[in-house]
Ligand binder design. Structure first.
Ligand SMILES: C[S@@+](CC[C@H](N)C(=O)[O-])C[C@H]1O[C@@H](n2cnc3c(N)ncnc32)[C@H](O)[C@@H]1O
Length: 302
C-alpha cells in the first residue's frame, strides 16, 4: 500500500486535513532547527494530488503489479515475491505523502543536524542523497558541503524531485543536482561520490543487489555508504515492521555486495546510522598471491 502516514502505526489513515495542519504549524518547528528546511509541498501540489484521478489505493494496486513484473525479471532468489533475504520489502512511499517527510516532530525524532554532524562531512565534498524525497536531507547536505561541494539527489518519483527542486529554490540552495533513478539504475556518476546517504529508503528497494552494485560503482574508493533505518530490534519504535530493519539484517544484505562495515552509530532515539565503506582496493585487483589458499585476504572491521 502507498500511503501518507503508513509508517506510524498509530497514525495510519489520518485525513488530509491533519497533514494540512502539520504543514501550517511547521514554521515554528523549523525555527528550532539550526538549518531549517523549507515547507515541502506547496498548495498547488496538494491540488494536483486532489485532482489526480487515481485513488491512492488504486494507485497502490498499479504499483504493486509493476513491482511483481520487475521481480519476475530479476535473477532467481530463494525468497518468495516481495521478500529479500528473508525480509519483507516495504512499499515505496508515494509522493502524495510528501508532507509527512516535513512533519513538525521529525526534528525531535531524527535529530537531522546531529546525525549529519556525526558523519563529519567536509566542505567541498561530493555527496549523494539517494531516495531524497522532497529534499529534507538534501538541503541540509547542500549547506554542509557548501558552494564548492555538490549533492546529487536521486529519487524514483519525478513528483518528489519536483518538490525537492522547489524546496531547494526556496532555501536558496544551488548545489543540488536532482537525478531520476530507477530500482535497478542509480544514474549516479561512476567513482565520483565521497558519501552516499539513504535515510529511510533502503528497506523500500525492490532490487537491493542492483541498487547496491550501482552505489558501489558510484563511490570513490574509500567512500562511505550511510544507511539510516528505524530500529527493528526495538518494539517501542512506533513504525510498521516492514519499515524497520535490524543491524544484523542490514549487514547480511550489504556486505556480500562488496562493502566493508565500519560502524553503527546508536545515539538517535529511533534509528540506526549504519556506515559502510567501499574498499580502497577492489578485491579483484588484489595480487593473485594474496588470494591464494584462502579468504585470509578478506579483511573486515568486525
Ligand atoms: C520514506 S521516503 C524518504 C525520503 C527522504 N530520504 C527523507 O528522509 O526525507 C523514501 C523515498 O525513497 C525513494 N526510493 C525508494 N526506493 C528507491 C530506490 N531504489 N532508489 C531511489 N529512491 C528510492 C522513494 O521514492 C521515496 O521518495
Amino acid at each position: 500500500m502507498i500511503g501518507k502516514d503508513r509508517r506510524f502505526k498509530s497514525r495510519a489513515g489520518l485525513p488530509a486535513l491533519v497533514a494540512a495542519i502539520l504543514l501550517a504549524i511547521q514554521v515554528p518547528a523549523a525555527a528550532q532547527d539550526p538549518a531549517p528546511a523549507p515547507a515541502p509541498a506547496p498548495a498547488n501540489h496538494q491540488d494536483d494530488a486532489a485532482k489526480s484521478s487515481a485513488h491512492p489505493k488504486a494507485k497502490a494496486k498499479t504499483k504493486a503489479k509493476g513491482k511483481s513484473r520487475a521481480r519476475a525479471k530479476a535473477p532467481a532468489r530463494n525468497d518468495p515475491p516481495g521478500f529479500y533475504m528473508g525480509r519483507p520489502i516495504a512499499d515505496v512511499m508515494s509522493w502524495e505523502g510528501a508532507n509527512w517527510l516535513f512533519r513538525e516532530t521529525r526534528i525531535q525524532e531524527e535529530q537531522p543536524e546531529a546525525m549529519l554532524r556525526s558523519l563529519k562531512i567536509p566542505a567541498g565534498a561530493t555527496v549523494a542523497d539517494v531516495g531524497a524525497g522532497a529534499g529534507y536531507y538534501s538541503i541540509r547536505l547542500a549547506r554542509k558541503v557548501g558552494p564548492k561541494g555538490i549533492v546529487y539527489a536521486t529519487d524514483l518519483q519525478p513528483e518528489m524531485l519536483r518538490f525537492l527542486q522547489e524546496n531547494a529554490r526556496a532555501a536558496r540552495v544551488k548545489n543540488i543536482k536532482p537525478i531520476r533513478c530507477t530500482q535497478t539504475k542509480t544514474n549516479l556518476p561512476s567513482g565520483a561520490i565521497d558519501l552516499i546517504l539513504m535515510v529511510d529508503v533502503y528497506h523500500e528497494c525492490t532490487e537491493p543487489d542492483a541498487t547496491l552494485h550501482g552505489l558501489l560503482t558510484a563511490l570513490k574508493p574509500g567512500g562511505r555508504l550511510v544507511l539510516v533505518e528505524f530500529r527493528a530490534e526495538d518494539p517501542t519504535v512506533p513504525i510498521k515492521p516492514e519499515h524497520k530493519m535490524t543491524l544484523e539484517q542490514v549487514r547480511k544484505e550489504v556486505e556480500p555486495q562488496g562493502f566493508t562495515f565500519k560502524e553503527s552509530l546508536e545515539f538517535l532515539p529511533w534509528q540506526h546510522v549504519i556506515i559502510f565503506e567501499k574498499p580502497r582496493e577492489a578485491k579483484k585487483s588484489k595480487p593473485a598471491k594474496a588470494r591464494e589458499g584462502s579468504d585470509k585476504s578478506i579483511t573486515r572491521s568486525s
